[in-house]
Design a binder for this molecule. Structure first.
Ligand code: ADP
Ligand code: MG
Length: 441
């Protein structure tokens, strides 16, 4: 979307419908000049006069609210002096480069370090992000963040960008998704502007590329990104990448690029545990001044899966219902309002259901976990199942032992402690346990 369209959206909310369609809607963007003047094209002389006298400040204000600072607005008649059509490629060229500069300051205002809740699931990634934001190009280069959908990668990455701008205002920080990178490249190829494309990206002090997995199988994009990467890395400029999986798991990436992704630090964001989910709900409720009773908070955190975006969605839904009906948020309201979302994932954690789900996960026939054998292929899943029974059901150790073909309660205790210990050390096991736990959420 061009800058003017963004500003228009703001204006639409501020002026009357009539004034908007009479005066503002017909305006087109011409370009932005070196003096930071916004040049707009207007359809006739009376509109030009009226806009000059009445709307300059309103437009500048609307731009400011989007963190776009212009010195002035210049209204030119569309179709005079510099015909728009003839000048289009020049205008597009200027506008693209401008958009690009603006993009740097167009971070989502809410995606900062301050609003990012840190828990054991994202502690490591968050620490790495802070290190990079305070010591760009030096700490870890590149920093590669990975994790599932809705886990906070974009949030953390934009947090790095905004913190960098705050700490080092002179740095040129670029945030872009790999798809936008590709689109910019295609446009530059089409309009013969590859040299300015190179110049733009290679003159960045920090380049943050979100969802890098999207360049999978895009050869030309990979080629361009490879050179951009080399050039920036060589100059010790910070690179941050995010992806929904590890470099090794992205298909269709050339080896030389894949290996570069792992040159610095790989940091994963795991699904949030119950405590983190509750802390996030608290924070979001506070941010939007919503009163979320403790009971509702635990209910939502326990029932929702681990996707934080969905967690936010649940809160938004409750807030909306509460404001529409004028009733406070309550447990019964939450149960009713979220029932349809939750019922899909609802499955009660019982010793039986845990045994079933663990067997399924490890491809074991029902009943295998209860067999008296110490073959690792069975004893390991059994230990995990015991651990989950202890964590997720109210069953006592002897009860759990009985359900596993009369195992002694000390054996159960030993298994639980072992899985707990391994889980601290082995991120894959930790992830597996989260995944299994989620089946019961
Ligand atoms: P991803 O890019 O991993 O798919 P996002 O960064 O878009 O996820 O996060 C999804 C939503 O969840 C965003 O609104 C974000 O603000 C929120 N969110 C994710 N992680 C956290 C966190 N740790 N603290 C606060 N909000 C979070
Ligand atoms: Mg994202």
């Amino acid at each position: 979307m061009d800058v003017w369209k963004q500003i228009l959206r703001r204006l639409e909310a501020q002026v009357s419908r009539e004034n908007y369609s009479n005066w503002l809607e017909p305006i087109r963007l011409s370009h932005v000049d070196d003096q930071h003047a916004l040049h707009l094209l207007v359809p006739n002389a009376s509109a030009q006069q009226w806009l000059e006298s009445e709307y300059q400040e309103t437009i500048l204000d609307a731009a400011r609210s989007l963190s776009l600072t212009f010195e002035s607005v210049v209204f030119t008649l569309n179709g005079t002096a510099a015909p728009f059509e003839m000048n289009r490629s020049a205008a597009t060229a200027r506008q693209t480069s401008f958009d690009f500069r603006a993009a740097a300051s167009c971070f989502h205002p809410r995606y900062t370090f301050d609003t990012f809740v840190v828990g054991s699931c994202n502690e490591f990634a968050s620490a790495a992000a802070h290190a990079v934001a305070h010591n760009p190009g030096r700490a870890y280069n590149p920093l590669y963040l990975y994790g599932g959908v809705g886990m906070g990668k974009t949030h953390l990455m934009q947090g790095i960008g905004q913190e960098l701008q705050k700490n080092f205002p002179h740095l040129r920080v670029i945030y872009i998704t790999s798809e936008q990178f590709m689109n910019e490249m295609i446009n530059s190829l089409r309009y013969n502007r590859m040299s300015s494309f190179h110049e733009r990206f290679r003159s960045a002090d920090a380049l943050l590329v979100d969802d890098i997995q999207m360049i999978s199988s895009k050869e030309r994009t990979q080629e361009e990104f490879f050179h951009t990467f080399n050039s920036l890395h060589h100059m010790e400029k910070q690179i941050v990448l995010s992806s929904d999986r590890t470099p090794r798991q992205i298909p269709g990436v050339v080896d030389r690029l894949r290996s570069r992704f792992s040159w610095g630090l790989l940091a994963d964001i795991q699904p949030p545990d119950l405590e983190t989910k509750m802390a996030i709900l608290d924070r979001k409720a506070e941010e939007s001044s919503v009163n979320l009773p403790d009971k509702v908070r635990s209910y939502v955190a326990m029932q929702m899966r681990s996707n934080i975006r969905e967690l936010e969605g649940a809160l938004i839904r409750l807030t909306a219902i509460s404001s529409l009906t004028g009733a406070d948020i309550s447990l019964s309201m939450a149960k009713q309002a979220l029932g349809s979302i939750i019922s899909v994932s609802e499955c009660k954690a019982t010793i039986d259901s845990i045994q079933g789900i663990v067997s399924q996960e490890f491809g074991l026939q029902p009943g295998k976990l209860q067999e008296r054998t110490n073959v690792k292929a069975i004893s390991f899943p059994r230990q995990i199942a015991m651990y989950l029974c202890k964590e997720l059901t109210g069953a006592s150790l002897p009860e759990i032992g009985r359900a596993f073909n009369g195992k002694h309660h000390t054996t159960v205790l030993h298994s639980v402690a072992k899985v707990e210990r391994l889980r601290q050390r082995d991120p894959n096991l930790n992830k597996l346990i989260h995944k299994l736990t989620d089946r019961f959420n």
